[in-house]
Design a protein around this ligand. Sequence first.
Ligand code: ATP
Ligand code: MG
Length: 514
Amino acid sequence: MNDKADSDVEARTNFLQEMISEDIKKRRFNRSIRTRFPPEPNGYLHIGHAKAICLDFDLANEFDGTCNLRFDDTNPDTEDKAYVEGIINDLKWLGYEPEIICYASDYFDQLYAWAELLINDGLAYVDDQSSAQISEQRGGFGKPGVESPFRTRHSEENLKLFRQMRDGAFPEGHCVLRARIDMQHDNMQLRDPVMYRIRHASHYRTGDHWCIYPTYDWAHGQGDAIEGITHSLCTLEFSDNRDLYSWFLGKLPLSDQAPYQTEFARLELTHTVTSKRKLRDLIDNGVVSGWDDPRLPTLRALKKRGYPASSVRSFCKDIGAARTNSRHAIELLESYVRVKLNSVSQRRMAILKPVKLTITNWPDDENGDPLVEWREVINNPENELDGVRLVPFSGTLYIEEDDFKVNPPPKFFRLTPGAEVRLRSGYFITCNDYVENSSGELQEIYCTYDPDTAGGKAPDNRKVKATLHWVSAEHAVTGAVSLYDRLFTAEIPGEATGDVMDDLNHQSVETLSN
Ligand code: ATP
Ligand code: MG
């Protein structure tokens, strides 16, 4: 074994990697590893989806397999083409390319044919009861289920009714198709789950062709089988659906070995909600401006906020996959972003809350106008190759209001009356005076500069404790800046009252315009 193979084995640490490794060793599948990422196009992707995407795609890549993007579009009421396009773009931004892009709705014909097969085998029946009755009869843990009076219908009658359902003979809610499994099963999911319901709604892809739509459980595993998926990864809340997933596949005439489902923990972050429904509530209630509002954890918002996709990927890779739910600190994600940006970003100077600073001994040029000196400034201290740029320096500057204090608190090392500081790539300056208006608001600061400190270095090696950024007043351009803070004050939004809206940070955005 060469070094690379050795280190690959060592890096194979999470339980999903071990599982797939084992399946390959035991030749469980007669085909290459295939995974899929199955979003429902009823909203845009968020950071939680990024974790699922990284697992699905990275595992497939690691084991020389492929990963599909499959839209789980079985609910015509909430799904939309705009979300499909948005999700495709977000996935591309994150840096992944699916083997194929497919849709649960591609399989509606096959699913329908398989449903007829189950009906013929006595494994599915049309139930005329209301959904309320059906859920009432499902029972609960330790509470027996009640068999529907329609459970014993003959196959022929079921088939006739099912075709009538398909042909639009019944109004919504009139009946459903259910699998006939076991109304006393310990796993509630196997108590005769619904496979089809009637919806007289237009589907964004199939239009009005269908008025019956498969449930998630009936569509999902079958879609996996059609695509030859080997490992169907999903989050822990689907654990109870696993037996049903396998039950359906076990009843169908499949030529390949059936895929199987494995669950991993959802990604949760402090001060963040990662549920499409809650995100939609924030948008619908006008708390944020839309799916790309920089305060949201959607991928389009992170992109807008300037997060590098590679930081999101590294974060997801490093938190790995586990079998128990946990919440990661948002600061961890932010640290990945900071490390990356620190190494690749070109620096620029901007003043958010300006105060005017005049250098009283700054010279004039040969025409009698204040001299403008073009100072060389390093673009990125972390990367020499980013080079330098020239920035105009003059006798009238703006600095940050916060960088000056008349009465400094202890350990305040920036500018104060009498103090000397460095202006970045400029000169050392000493504050001699300042002006306040009648309400005590700072108007202007007066300094002198030391001409022997060009570039911010003193020939006598004397030290200053602060380096301030600045812009030349004459050359500065104005702009608006929005400062975003956390959207939720609580670490676990909604923990105290059950409503995330109670934990909103009402000062989560500040817009400055100068
Ligand atoms: P939400 O709860 O936000 O509505 P969902 O599960 O309904 O999410 P889907 O579009 O169905 O959203 O999700 C597609 C895939 O992404 C699923 O396999 C799901 O398990 C996974 N996923 C969704 N949220 C998370 C999360 N927070 N962490 C990890 N994976 C997630
Ligand atoms: Mg879902």
